[in-house]
Design a protein around this ligand. Structure first.
Ligand code: GDP
Length: 314
């Protein structure tokens, strides 16, 4: 069976991983997931991107809302509000089970990677979901309102502050979680994909872990990114806003330039013109609305990786 390793944030990456696992000759997928968004809220350990993958890959995600669980109930939040508790971060009743169990197991000394593997087994998820690291890494955004922790910027302030720089506290000393470097370096891994996730907020924290960057630099499998830009805009989230604030054009060329030291090729959306790309690329409709779209994008990314491998361009 083919093995594919994916670097991913939350929603965009979960769509791609689901597409990969739904292909006719589905590869064995290892998802290396951003944990820079992880934080403590009301004493609970919350891992937003990992939980998005858990919900999407077990078919429990809320597709209308775009985050959280389908059919969620909200008694806890109502009670919390009635007591004057902080309600800026929504915690559904079912979602709480995940956070409480994770928090108690972390407190008992279990590493995050083992806890997540256990959750994935309980929900019969075929893909392997690995946190990028068991060590804490925190994405911090320097803005015109001062430095903000990721969730303060993303949820509480809804990305309104103007970003000036981003740093990943703890990344330099973080080790990859068990299995992460192995999944990148495994000679049976024939493609490494960078999901259409936010390059600055979701993928860069993964690349900031030194041993992950080293593994990617020495990997034999071709590395292909799927551009998060569709028709000169981001599909959702603050990617385009950040690019403008960093003085970059909102183009796939700018995404390719950002990943230049890492990738061997990029999957470009057909709505975008890419005259200035100097690395191998393929063009596809990359908007993933339903499962057919997800499979098409997954297959196109694997095809590009195969073409690059065959031509020896990596
Ligand atoms: P993340 O995955 O946690 O970074 O967060 P999101 O799921 O919000 O997605 C972030 C980036 O992925 C944005 O820049 C989006 O443009 C991109 N994205 C989300 N869905 C799609 C999609 O269906 N196709 C493509 N090409 N990009 C997408």
């Amino acid at each position: 069976m083919r093995k594919v390793t994916v670097l991913t944030g939350g929603v965009g990456g979960a769509k791609l991983v689901l597409g990969l696992t739904a292909l006719e000759f589905a590869p064995q997928v290892t998802a290396i997931v951003n944990t820079g968004d992880d934080f403590r809220h009301l004493g609970l350990a919350v891992s937003p991107d990992i939980d998005t993958l858990l919900y999407v890959l077990s078919g429990q995600d809320n597709r209308t809302q775009g985050w959280g669980r389908e059919g969620e109930s909200w008694s806890f939040m109502a009670a919390l509000r009635s007591l004057g508790g902080a309600d800026w971060f929504a915690l559904g009743d079912g979602d709480l089970a995940l956070h409480i169990l994770r928090t108690s197991r972390l407190a008992a000394g279990e590493p995050l990677s083992e806890i997540v593997a256990g959750f994935a087994r309980s929900w019969n998820i075929a893909a392997r979901i690995l946190p990028m690291s068991d060590d804490p890494v925190a994405t911090m955004i320097d803005t015109d309102e001062g430095e903000l922790a990721f969730q303060d910027y993303f949820v509480a302030r809804q990305c309104r502050p103007v970003a000036r720089a981003i740093r990943f506290a703890g990344a330099a000393g973080a080790r990859p979680a068990p299995g992460v470097a192995e999944a990148i370096l495994d000679p049976e891994t024939d493609s490494i994909l960078i999901a259409p996730s936010n390059p600055w907020l979701s993928v860069d924290p993964i690349l900031a872990v030194p041993e992950i960057a080293y593994a990617l630099a020495t990997a034999t499998a071709p590395i292909v990114a799927i551009s998060p830009i569709v028709g000169g805009e981001a599909v959702k989230g603050p990617t385009a806003k950040l690019m403008r604030e960093f003085g970059l054009p909102v183009t796939t060329e700018a995404i390719a330039a950002h990943y230049a030291r890492v990738i061997d090729g990029i999957l470009v959306d057909g709505r975008d013109t890419v005259s200035g790309l100097s690395l191998p690329y393929a063009v596809e409709d990359t908007l993933m609305r339903d499962l057919t779209d997800r499979k098409r994008v997954a297959a196109a990314a694997l095809d590009l990786a195969r073409t690059i491998a065959c031509s020896g361009q990596h």
